[in-house]
Design a protein around this ligand. Structure first.
Ligand code: NAD
Ligand code: TDX
Length: 377
């Protein structure tokens, strides 16, 4: 007798097995920022029993309002806890890591321009903070070896394409030389190297993701797309650095968060995965498209003094992540349209950020630049 079932024509599942236990408890550090909060919102919305504790220092970039949707939903709120604290504080970190099945570390100072003005916090969080998290995991590995817990927590470090430095041609692969060129990217590279050293030396179960330029709702208005969208809504000048022909590869925030979750579950221990976007574009083209969405004129754009050490191009090869079974879902034009709409509809969110300390930052970063600006042509 033959098998009566029709043949299974589905392609084989390329994903390696899930590395986390069922219904894991995740410690998400930096989860009140732009990408971390998207990750927390998306994972809790799946309603699959995962619990999340967010540890966030609430720097100028952290915002509890980014997690407001969770508090408003009792099903999600029951599986969520928020702790305000610093990843560089071992007394805070230790008990939280002891209670976690995995740590997903988004916490960092994330703006290149601020790393040029004031680099110290980038190093404290990006290097000492990562060191404190890794030491807490090492302590849990000892407890696991002594039979005091089932397994030591997995650690995922959220890193960036900027660690490769400026890529004049071709696409960076995970094994390429790191060549960071700003204090921000140097701190990110240092954090990654520390993570890798714990995998090699202590056998820590680590994975690293290198994401490209991310955009979407809740993006802090210091960054290119939200700064230009919110300035344009107010008919304020748009300060384009240099000739505006620097290339970035844009990745929608839910795709970045989804890729991180995929690597957390399926990534192989000790491995690093590029997370590229789908749209390598010069900044001028990005600005042209967002002005079209807004119905605002190019005359708002001003050519200002360039960022020192400005990386000309980032571009990554995504075949390793694709082989792990991940695909991005949101194309750039679709993502940009919904991002512009989100900023139109959420003025109260960004106006609250563009007040107080923002004014002094804006003056320091852009005051002289705008005074000496020319037409962007
Ligand atoms: P963000 O600046 O919006 O958020 C960072 C969060 O970390 C904030 O909530 C902040 O309060 C918190 N934080 C900072 N220092 C902390 C500390 N010492 N202890 C605890 N919390 C602290 O950043 P983002 O854009 O969401 O980026 C998140 C991560 O992704 C960063 O590691 C960044 O390097 C990386 N990344 C960002 C992009 C991008 O385009 N935004 C691309 C690739 C990688
Ligand atoms: O006012 C501006 N004018 C301008 O021309 C700003 C803020 C930016 N730019 C340019 C600089 C870059 O070429 O736009 C491009 C994008 O700038 P940012 O939004 O500051 O991002 P970038 O420096 O590329 O870094 C981002 O992507 C990688 C994130 O901020 C990092 O956290 C991430 O690691």
């Amino acid at each position: 007798m033959g098998d009566p079932r029709p043949p299974d024509r589905r392609p084989p599942d390329p994903r390696p097995p899930d590395r986390l236990p069922a219904r894991p408890h995740l410690l998400v550090t930096g989860g009140a920022g732009f990408i971390g909060s998207a990750y927390v919102r998306d994972v809790l919305a799946r309603d699959d029993g995962i619990r999340i504790t967010v540890l966030d220092k609430l720097t100028y970039a952290g915002n509890e309002a980014n997690l407001g949707a969770i508090a408003a939903d009792p099903h999600q709120a029951a599986r969520f806890r928020f702790v305000r604290g610093d990843i560089a504080d071992a007394a805070v970190v230790g008990p939280l890591v002891a209670d976690a099945d995995a740590v997903v570390n988004f916490a960092a100072e994330s703006h290149v321009d601020r790393s040029i003005l004031d680099p110290e916090a980038f190093l404290v969080t990006g290097v000492i903070g990562v060191h404190v998290l890794l030491e807490a995991i090492r302590a849990e590995a000892s407890r696991a070896a002594a039979g005091e817990r089932a397994a030591s927590p997995r650690y995922l470090q959220v890193s960036t394409d900027e660690v490769y430095g400026s890529v004049e041609a071709g696409h960076s692969k995970e094994g390429d030389r790191l060549d960071p060129r700003s204090p921000y990217s140097a701190a990110k590279a240092a954090g990654e190297l520390l993570v890798q050293s714990y995998h090699v030396t202590h056998g820590t179960d680590t994975v690293v993701t290198r994401g490209s330029n991310t955009y979407g709702p809740f993006h802090h208005p210091e960054k290119l797309i939200p700064l230009f969208v919110t300035n344009a809504l107010d008919d304020l000048p748009l300060p384009l650095y240099g000739d505006g022909m620097q290339h970035r590869d844009w990745l929608y925030v839910s795709d970045h968060a989804g890729a991180i979750d995929h690597v957390l579950h399926h990534g192989l221990p000790g491995e690093t995965y590029n997370v590229p976007g789908d749209a390598e574009l010069p900044n001028r083209e990005v600005v042209t498209r967002l002005l079209e969405h807004l119905g605002k004129p190019w005359s708002l754009v001003r050519r200002v003094e360039d960022r020192p050490g400005h990386d000309r191009r980032y571009a990554m090869d995504g075949s390793k992540l694709a082989a792990l079974g991940w695909r991005n879902r949101i194309a750039f034009d679709e993502g940009l349209a919904s991002t512009v709409e989100w900023f139109r509809a959420n003025e109260a969110w960004w106006r609250a950020i563009k007040s107080g300390d923002w004014t002094a930052y804006y003056e320091r970063q852009y005051g002289a630049r705008l005074a000496g600006s020319t037409e962007a042509g």
